[in-house]
Design a binder for this molecule. Sequence first.
Ligand SMILES: [Zn+2]
Length: 61
Amino acid sequence: MNTRTKPCPICKKARSEDFAPFCSQRCKDRDLAQWFGDGYSVPGRPVSPDEITPDDWEQQG
Ligand SMILES: [Zn+2]
């Protein structure tokens, strides 16, 4: 075991060399998603509640 390697910053599991510094492609994508979610969010354009309204609500009328 290589104790020098830091764990995956997402889930704290042992990371894989293929996806370093993450443990898997999923965590790698997740980190990227956080980048787009936080760092890339443009001030003045928050997520509108209308965008997350499920279509099922309208179909129940
Ligand atoms: Zn992970």
